[in-house]
Design a protein around this ligand. Structure first.
Ligand code: HEC
Length: 171
């Protein structure tokens, strides 16, 4: 014996504290993981169709990737979807983004395919095919490229069909 005595209450107290910290850490990691996993596997319930989910979030219920070449991409808060510019009702309007302001057109199916729209915008009424072309490669029916703010989108054919169905359902 060299006279040193172990301070047992301190040792036990310390061990309990370390144990509690460990449990807290595990809990944080676990809840983070499960939140991450459920956000990956369960689609938000508020979107009644895959087309609506694509329009509002640029994600697919099919799990297939949706990407765009959106160039104002450093925008705070992450990704853009159709709704960011064309609005929740598809009617478009003025968009303020980063340092610029621009007008996004009305993209309800009825508007895009009507004669009046063609006359007003000096291009012919759209068809299903030319609307898909506008979304994916950014051309108007007459071959004119769409202006810069409109991103070019890459998504599966099935997702594109769902999205078009959503535009058809807007009124
Ligand atoms: C960052 C803003 C922005 C986002 C996001 C965006 N658009 Fe656009 N979009 C525009 C602008 C601006 C135009 C008009 C371009 C022009 O007139 O040259 C346009 C044009 C269009 C057109 C052609 C309209 C016409 O009159 O010929 C369609 C169709 C369209 N967008 C669909 C979509 C869909 C579907 C999405 C989502 C997958 C989307 N857009 C996302 C800005 C956006």
């Amino acid at each position: 014996m060299n006279g040193k005595r172990t301070n047992w209450p301190l040792v036990i107290g310390g061990a309990v504290l370390v144990g509690l910290l460990l449990v807290a850490c595990l809990w944080v990691v676990w809840s983070g993981m499960s939140a991450f996993l459920t956000s990956r596997t369960t689609p938000p319930p508020e979107y009644r169709s895959n087309g609506a989910q694509i329009y509002f979030t640029a994600t697919s219920q099919r799990g297939t990737p949706i990407t765009s070449d959106f160039r104002m991409g450093m925008m705070a808060g992450g990704r853009v979807a159709c709704v960011t510019c064309h609005g929740p009702d598809g009617r478009g309007g003025q968009v303020r983004m980063m340092m610029s302001t621009f007008d996004a057109p009305d993209i309800r199916y009825e508007t895009l395919t009507s004669e009046e729209h063609g006359a007003e915008d000096e291009h012919e009424p759209c068809t299903d095919e030319t609307i898909k072309r506008a979304i994916t490669v950014g051309f108007e029916p007459d071959g004119e490229p769409l202006d810069e703010p409109m991103p070019r989108w890459t998504m599966s054919q099935a997702d594109l069909d769902d999205l078009l169905d959503f535009l058809k359902a807007l009124d």
